[in-house]
Design a protein around this ligand. Sequence first.
Ligand code: BES
Ligand code: MN
Ligand code: ZN
Length: 495
Amino acid sequence: MEFSIKQSSSENQRSACVVLGVYEGGQLAPSAHGFDEAANHQLSDLIARGDMTGKSGSSLMVHTLTGVAAERALLVGLGKQNELNAKQFIDMLRSIFTTLGKSVCKDAALYLTDISVKDQDESWKITQIVLAAAESAYRSDSMKSKPAEKPALRKILLGTAKKPGSLAQDALKQASAIAHGMKLAKDLGNLPGNICTPSYLADQTKKLASAHKLKATILEEKDMEKLGMFSLLSVTRGSRQPAKLITLEYRGADKKQKPVVLVGKGLTFDSGGISIKPAAEMDEMKYDMCGAASVLGAILAVAEMGLKLNVIGVIPSSENMPDGAASKPGDIVKSMSGQTIEILNTDAEGRLILCDALTYAARFEPDTVIDIATLTGACVIALGGVASGLFSNQEELAKELLDAGLYMNDKAWQLPLWDEYQQQLDSNFADMQNIGGRAAGSVTAACFLARFTKDYRWAHLDIAGTAWKSGKEKGSTGRPVPLLAQYLIRRAGKK
Ligand code: BES
Ligand code: MN
Ligand code: ZN
């Protein structure tokens, strides 16, 4: 999809389809007035006849137009004047791109950036338009023998009343970079476990590095042994696929500037191991590497944007399989940090690979570490598919991430890391056990990680509910690439 933004009047814009707003009660949005005049009041006639009400959620494609340069007009309802909110605007965009995607239109001109949306500015509207367009154009067809039918829509013009400023141009560029990052995250997430193995993730990271002048480093199991990563290594014992510890470095700022380290859970398939999962929907555990995919997606976006920031991705990647060599419930392992862990449930493997990666992250002398993981089913129960779970050992960081998520409509919600929960991890035999019982499952998982992140500012995003959709719409969402990218954009701007 190609995007551009320019000052233009809707009646003179040549396009397969011009998209115009109508308020409830029938008033045309300002950008549609000239269009209606030039079209000999065809729009106001349709409105007067009741074909278009302007109610939020309504729309009408007008095919027979005269007097204007465009072939068609898509009228979309904006609801009551001055009441349009962020959610309604985004819902409207989804419906616009569904309609355009099913049409024969190869291009469209949208006159929506001048419409006021509660609490949101022009950059926000531009961003949301780009992301909604990219979302509706996405297909996962690399494994089909014939490619999926693609929508005809290739080009989108955002028409504005005033000449677009540099903020608007920046928003457009940034949003397309974020859309590319999301596409990468989705593509990796949707690949099956027999293709997307730890070695595949390592190879893809190397490709990404050579295409964008980044540095990729892959540690093998023998390297991890030398580092004492026996918690991470315990997870891969039951698998035929070798584990990898992948790092990807983007250096956009001075060497002395401390990096943001993103740590992504890269379980390319989580069967549960000896504590095996039930069969139903187990296929969805191919998505247990979506944290890793979001790290690669966020770094791709940052590299495309050329942010003045240092960002390092660390991805512990493994399968979790049952086997004669697999870890058994009751096994005790020593982590790279020196702390020992009693593995009471081999299905709580994410924290076992993450704890060593988090210890390893300290060697980059990070300013901030953020881990992203499909960590607990309990987070799906708590927050569903709307918000990711957020935990942090620093309030300011938590707030920055929450704000970035809200802005991008990639929401997170904070949960506590209070010490009262830590006792659920007490073990009779080791420094800790890897599960804390059924109560507060997402919190105890985060509390486990907190024991390995005391030396730096840290946040943990539990994306178990938000990284993919189940059922008929099954597929990766690309989240939380928007949240991460927006957080990094803001950080780069601060310095
Ligand atoms: N990858 C799963 C978490 C998960 C489950 C994400 C379902 C999305 C949907 C994780 O490795 C896991 O199995 N967690 C266990 C932890 C439990 C054994 C303490 C869980 O949530 O059941
Ligand atoms: Mn598991
Ligand atoms: Zn898992």
